[in-house]
Ligand binder design. Structure first.
Ligand code: NOJ
Length: 506
């Protein structure tokens, strides 16, 4: 009734944002995310083991902006209570964070479980639940225990068992309270981007072999950890498990490039999704064929994309309870002209496609060099997934804007509004069963090779101050207001001091 009056009032004034009803479906959940290495610090606290990001950032400060590292980061290892308070201030339904494998299992293996690590995550989980906030837990967000890397890390097939043992420890310790699990965050970055560029930990360049072997092993690791939940934990804990994929959306630059755009989507989305979410399982056929042909041309007797056995295909196929998508950016794609330079971008497959990628001319750039804004991309991607893999449940597990800082972040407010509108359209007009939205990120944190120079936070963190104080940006008030009203029909804050929510103001 109240909202109807507001809408009529706005219509009279001709204010467009409230003439349309941008309310989210009942039960839709809002959250924010972080990741262990990016926020925790306490890199050598108590018995924590060293991980690949500890080692990489210490050994190669020259690769990371301002030689930053995650030794202290946001100091969440000590300040988890403040993190919970912030989640409360925002009114989050859930908080997504990751476990540091080497904080829980200092050697990487399950023969020794850290009491300190266990207590840290118990405190965080219990504190969140006491505040009415559900924990959503990622098992692996890029910080592999160093001893496992020394045995080959994700390129050693045994990793699937090591990871499953780690998952068993985590499910056993926290599964009574954690109901949403993400096994692995962004296989494409762990494997394709890391091994294609060598500028992410473990700092190894091996585009042809490392990237592809890693991909296969990551998929097997996820699958085994999922099956473990099914057989040993599901009947007791009734939780849900999936993995989070980073999806870049591709639009054909011209009508002639539609087929190429489809191959690009299969390369970036299908490679990590088809084996799990398609009815047939295995690699996307178009990618398998492309990789086999290119491998032959290069003189290999076998494809550099390792095949799955039938048994492996069956093991991986269907290991999901929902689709978890991290989404930030999109690209236009077209065929390269004669002699034109074809940039590979970060992903291996483009080297073999003879394609040129670019942002649209009116897509706004951001503080992350790879990131241009294109709100319709998030909707296009969801629809593609629904059409290709079926009408399942979807969650956005990351989405947010990179800036260079400042508390009055109107650009971030506009970003959230425009991307959330596209999600509402996907729900209403395309029938996408989207249930969760996760803002990246709760607070500024260690943005990998960009160090602390690039900011994604709803809260600003002062990294010069040893206390790492956190201050809400204007976007934090905006997001809190959206959550409170369960709608985008809210007044946008004019600056960081403007804390009114739509209902209170109107
Ligand atoms: C996705 C990654 O999961 C996260 O760690 C990173 O900070 C954001 N992208 C922004 O680059």
């Amino acid at each position: 009734m109240f909202l109807q009056r507001v809408v009529v009032f706005c219509a009279l004034l001709g204010v467009s944002w409230c003439t349309e009803d941008w309310t989210f479906p009942e039960g839709f959940k809002f959250g924010a995310a972080s990741a262990s290495y990016q926020v925790e610090g306490g890199w050598n606290a108590k018995d924590k083991g060293e991980n690949i990001w500890d080692r990489f950032s210490h050994a190669h400060p020259e690769i990371i902006k301002n030689s930053d590292n995650g030794d202290v980061a946001c100091d969440s290892y000590n300040q988890w209570e403040r993190d919970i308070e912030m989640a409360k201030e925002l009114g989050l339904d859930f908080y997504r964070f990751s476990l540091s494998w080497s904080r829980l299992l200092p050697t990487g293996l399950d023969n020794y479980v850290s009491e300190d690590g266990t207590a840290y995550y118990n405190n965080l989980i219990n504190g969140l639940l006491a505040a009415g906030i559900q924990p959503m837990v990622t098992l692996y967000h890029w910080d592999l225990p160093l001893p496992l890397q020394e045995l080959g890390g994700w390129t050693n097939p045994l990793i699937a068992d090591w990871f499953t043992d780690y998952a068993r420890v985590a499910y056993s310790l926290f599964g009574d309270r954690v109901k949403i699990w993400l096994t692995i965050n962004e296989p494409i970055v762990i494997c394709d981007v890391a091994y294609n560029t060598g500028v992410l930990a473990p700092g190894i360049r091996s585009p042809e072999h490392g990237a592809n072997i890693c991909t296969k092993n990551v998929l097997l690791s996820h699958a085994k950890a999922y099956r473990l939940y099914d057989t040993e934990f599901r009947s007791r804990y009734h939780g849900e498990v999936s993995l989070a994929n980073q999806l870049v959306w591709f639009e054909p630059a011209t009508a002639d490039d539609k087929e190429l755009a489809e191959i690009a989507i299969e390369n970036v989305t299908g490679r990590y999704s088809h084996p799990i979410f398609s009815k047939e399982g295995g690699w996307p056929p178009v990618i398998e064929k492309m990789m086999a042909e290119r491998s032959k041309e290069k003189g290999y007797s076998k494809s550099v994309l390792p095949p799955f056995t039938q048994e492996e295909k069956e093991l991986i196929r269907g290991t999901y309870d929902f689709y978890a998508m991290n989404h930030y950016t999109s690209r236009l794609i077209r065929k390269a002209k004669e002699g034109e330079h074809t940039a590979t971008w970060y992903f291996g497959g483009f080297r073999d496609m003879n394609a040129v990628l670019s942002p649209g001319s009116d897509w706004k750039p951001t503080a992350s060099t790879w990131f241009y804004q294109y709100p319709p991309g998030i909707r296009g991607q969801l629809v593609w997934l629904k059409e290709h893999y079926g009408d399942m449940k979807f969650m956005i597990t990351e989405n947010g804007l990179a800036t260079f800082g400042g508390l009055n972040d109107q650009d971030r407010i506009d970003y959230y509004e425009s991307y959330l509108k596209q999600l509402l359209l996907a729900i209403r007009e395309d029938g996408v069963k989207l249930t969760h939205y996760t803002a990246w990120t709760l607070m500024d944190n260690f943005e990998w090779t960009d160090g602390y120079s690039v900011k994604y936070g709803l809260y600003e963190v002062d990294f010069e101050d040893p206390k790492r104080p956190r201050v809400p940006r204007a976007s934090a008030h905006y997001y809190a207001s959206i959550i409170k009203n369960h709608s985008l029909n809210v007044v946008k804050p004019k600056n960081e001091n403007d804390r009114l929510t739509a209902r209170e103001e109107l």
